[in-house]
Design a protein around this ligand. Structure first.
Ligand SMILES: [Zn+2]
Length: 429
């Protein structure tokens, strides 16, 4: 089936290219600015702007999370630890169409009892929202889901030396991990000081093995000190922005820029850690109507574990990196609807993150690049993140002009994933 989207202004992932017809055939964009074939279904997008499907470069997700993401035009979620490796996707997601696409790091390289254990409720206890989801599943799906959510200490082997770290990474790759995540978190800004962290030697071995296997390595780091360590051991990207701003920040910025690593700041998370809620987002009618009560409550709360931090420092940190030429990617660290992990929701927080980047000093176009083409390029996802011939037809049609007013990204008229319209108006023409 062919669909021609006509009369929309196009943002192609890098820039606005004016009003052009985008022709979809099956799952793929086949032409831009060409003729409309007789057999195409016509979608008149007058007054709207067409964007590539948005990408969230830092999530921990579920079927519910992937479904919510898609409602907000987020057509790809990149899981930074979780169950949706290739094996997990085959078990849990095959045949599902109303969900965002997902890639995953599998299990993270972390110390026994280290991050993110401190965020989990109880010991091996399954959170209530998971139980609710489990009740509606087949036995097979239930078992897969339980495996994915198993946070038992037995699940993560203790890594006591470099060789064990290497075989752990190799095992993640065997399970179909798309990239590797390492944790350097001593807990000071998460109200859990003294968390165990793996030694530099063990982490270095994990990074080497991942690179030998052709995989990118991302680091969980929330402070300037741990960011420096991650860069020194050779990671490809920082999955967070350091929340503090010591006097040595200019040297750290130079070091990150010199290494070529990208940074996914997750300003929405840092804002929550500092104690800010996302209540304004939750009250926006364009958000409210699409979310469950649990997620609305989650947006209206916050981590609040580092109230001494400031968004001004975070804005300065991210702008220093941006001006130094570091690729900044849009990510959120959204996970589950629990108030202590508040200020975040799937899909919504991508829009919020773009707004915070603009508040920090990005142009709206730069913020959009960071949620589309730039992320696709850094994760080698060559089939998405752009509106171009031959790529997946993952598209979002919005009212207004987000290249001048970033909050217009929330005025979603229609979303396509792999050429299929999954949200929006009825077929015309
Ligand atoms: Zn995370």
């Amino acid at each position: 089936m062919k669909t021609a989207i006509i009369n929309a202004r196009i943002f192609d992932g890098k820039q606005s290219i004016g009003v052009k017809t985008v022709l979809i055939d099956g799952e793929t964009i086949v032409s831009i600015g060409g003729e409309v074939p007789d057999d195409a279904v016509i979608r008149d997008a007058e007054g709207g702007m067409l964007l590539p499907g948005l990408i969230d470069a830092h999530v921990h997700t579920s079927v519910e999370g992937l479904r919510d993401a898609l409602k907000f035009g987020v057509t790809t979620e990149l899981e930074m630890m979780g169950g949706f490796t290739k094996a997990g996707r085959e078990k849990q997601l095959s045949g599902m169409e109303d969900i965002a696409d997902v890639f995953s790091a599998g299990m993270g390289v972390t110390a026994s009892g280290g991050h993110p254990d401190e965020l989990m409720p109880g010991d091996g206890e399954i959170p209530e929202f998971v139980l609710k989801e489990l009740a509606n599943m087949s036995e097979e799906d239930r078992n897969a889901m339980l495996a994915a959510h198993a946070h038992d200490h037995e699940e993560l082997p203790e890594l006591t030396n470099a060789n064990e770290a290497r075989s752990f990474v190799a095992e993640q790759v065997r399970q179909g991990a798309d990239y590797i995540k390492i944790m350097i978190e001593e807990g000071s800004v998460l109200a859990a000081p003294g968390l165990p962290v793996l030694s530099e030697e063990i982490l270095r071995a994990a990074v080497e093995e991942a690179h030998n296997q052709g995989k990118l390595v991302l680091a969980h780091v929330l402070t300037a000190d741990s960011s420096r360590e991650a860069i020194e051991i050779g990671v490809d990207g920082l999955a967070h922005l350091f929340i503090d701003r010591p006097a040595s920040t200019p040297e750290l910025v130079d070091q990150i820029a010199g290494s070529g690593a990208f940074v996914t700041p997750c300003l929405v998370l840092n804002s929550s850690i500092i104690g800010n809620t996302a209540s304004e987002m939750a009250d926006d009618p364009r958000v409210k109507e699409k979310l469950s009560e649990e997620w609305i409550d989650t947006l209206k709360s916050s981590f609040n574990t580092y109230p001494q931090g400031s968004m001004e420092d975070n804005f300065r940190n991210v702008m220093d990196l941006h001006r130094a030429g570091v690729d900044i990617l849009v990510g959120t660290d959204v996970s589950v609807p629990v108030p202590t992990l508040g200020g975040l929701a799937h899909g919504v927080s991508v829009h919020h993150e773009m707004q915070l980047l603009v508040e920090a000093g990005f142009t709206p176009v730069e913020a959009l690049q960071s949620a589309t083409a730039k992320t696709a390029r850094r994760f080698n996802l060559n089939d998405r993140g752009r509106i171009a011939e031959g790529v997946r037809a993952d598209l979002v049609l919005v009212d207004g002009d987000p290249t001048t007013k970033i909050s217009d990204t929330l005025s979603i008229r229609e979303v396509w994933i792999r050429g299929k319209s999954v949200y929006g108006s009825e077929v015309q023409g």
